[in-house]
Design a protein around this ligand. Structure first.
Ligand code: SF4
Length: 426
């Protein structure tokens, strides 16, 4: 069921039963450099370990990794391994952040009517129920709040169960809210009683017609679904009650590479499918992980094979220390064209740029400036008056443009003096 975990000296005496249990995975997750060094001592080259240690001093996300994920990584090819790079950055691969980077790139804190809630779309809210996850992804859009503070990012305290009553009250008194995304953070870190309480509180609000529980556990700790009976029962009780009320309650998850769809993921999905839980996937498009059509097509096929619906492919947002993952918009557009048609339309993900005023199709830019790699998107249903920008990575531009972006006050000089006048004429 699992690759041989006893190759790690720290887990050499661990039985399959222990390794396959969520509580053992939680207790033995790597959260400190010292633990990482001990776990890698015989499987990774010393220069790889050092490169990762150096990389972890230049990130916005703290480290947390399940032994299950550590064991999916091919440590003999660590430099190019697509799973390693998502969680354990190497200093040698990191690039300078784009000068337009803003922590909280989607401006979620500005759109928060009460703590823990983001109200960006007219009929939908995002409910941030926890700040912890089973793993921490380096490119997490919510790096401003999720995980522990790092040298680069001090985390905002926006999630707490103490905020839940006020957040639920806001939803109750806002009848246009039909749709709730319960995220954070990760549902898998909530106690079963909290999943049950929260799900039922939302179902009890008449105008809430649908909600999605977000968890990456299916990809990074799939045994959670096989060994945490109480938690799965709480989840399915909410889904079942929703069905009797003619309301839609589904699970959203996050796979980025076909190698993450393992036999134990299939087992977990067989259980969820038998319980009537529908699962959608949201992938992040990451350079060096999945930015080629074959990898994306294989991912889509493997997800579909285990009844996970490939819903979105997000172009990677700007997050501190992760510029090396980002792609020019033209590459995302080209990948979308190559992927579309490989399977049925309903089973093909939408390729999306996320902006402070909402998600936009990668092909729907109002304007693109090739010289400085700037695309402008408008979201008429959220804020028709505002244009939001996507910035291509500086590495993809000419040497003159790279120099311009590297100069002092580059944002003002390029956006205010060059791009916005062009836009006004367009
Ligand atoms: S699992 Fe989701 S919320 Fe948690 S760190 Fe990864 S991207 Fe962020």
């Amino acid at each position: 069921m699992y690759p041989d975990w006893t190759r790690f000296s720290v887990w050499k005496d661990v039985s399959e039963e222990e390794f396959g249990h969520h509580s053992w995975q939680d207790r033995n997750s790597i959260t400190r450099i010292k633990q990482l060094r001990a776990a890698l001592d015989v499987v990774a080259a010393p220069e790889v370990i050092q490169d990762i240690e150096d990389g972890l001093t230049h990130v916005g996300m703290s480290i947390r990794l399940t032994p299950y994920v550590m064991n999916l990584i091919d440590w003999s090819n660590a430099i190019s391994d697509p799973i390693r790079s998502q969680f354990l950055p190497m200093r040698s691969e990191q690039e300078e952040d784009h000068p337009c980077l803003r922590v909280d790139s989607l401006e979620e804190q500005d759109r928060s009517p009460v703590p823990s809630l983001v109200h960006r779309y007219p009929d939908k809210v995002l409910f941030l129920v926890t700040a912890v996850c089973p793993v921490y992804c380096q490119f997490c859009t919510r790096s401003y709040a999720v995980g522990q503070s790092t040298d680069l990012v001090q985390k905002e305290q926006v999630t707490s169960t103490r905020n839940w009553p006020a957040a639920l009250d806001y939803i109750r008194r806002t009848p246009e809210v039909e749709d709730v995304v319960i995220s954070g953070g990760d549902l898998a870190r909530l106690k079963p009683a909290n999943v049950f309480e929260l799900g039922n509180a939302l179902l009890d609000i008449e105008h809430v017609r649908r909600f999605r529980f977000a968890t990456k556990a299916l990809a990074v700790e799939p045994m959670k679904f096989l060994t945490d009976q109480e938690w799965v029962d709480a989840l399915t009780a909410v889904v079942d009650r929703g069905r009797t009320m003619f309301k839609d309650v589904v699970l959203h998850t996050h796979f980025n590479h076909p190698d993450e769809v393992t036999p134990v993921v299939e087992q977990a999905m067989r259980l969820l499918h038998s319980r009537g839980v529908f699962v959608r996937n949201q992938t992040v498009l990451l350079r060096g992980v999945n930015n080629d059509a074959l990898t994306l097509k294989t991912l889509i096929k493997r997800l579909s094979r285990v009844n996970i619906h490939p819903y979105y492919v997000y172009v990677c947002d700007m997050v501190k220390g992760t510029e090396h993952f980002r792609l020019p918009i033209a590459e995302a557009q080209s990948l979308e064209k190559e992927v579309r048609g490989v399977t049925a339309g309903f089973n093909t993900p939408l390729f999306i740029v996320d902006t402070p005023t909402g998600k936009r199709d990668v092909h729907s830019a109002e304007f693109h400036n090739d010289e400085f790699g700037v695309s402008a998107f408008r979201s008429p249903n959220v804020d028709a008056s505002r244009l939001c920008y996507y910035f291509d990575p500086v590495r993809s531009l000419s040497s003159e443009a790279r120099l311009a972006w590297g100069s002092e006050h580059a944002r003002e000089r390029i956006l205010d003096e060059r791009i916005e006048p062009d836009l006004a004429r367009a």
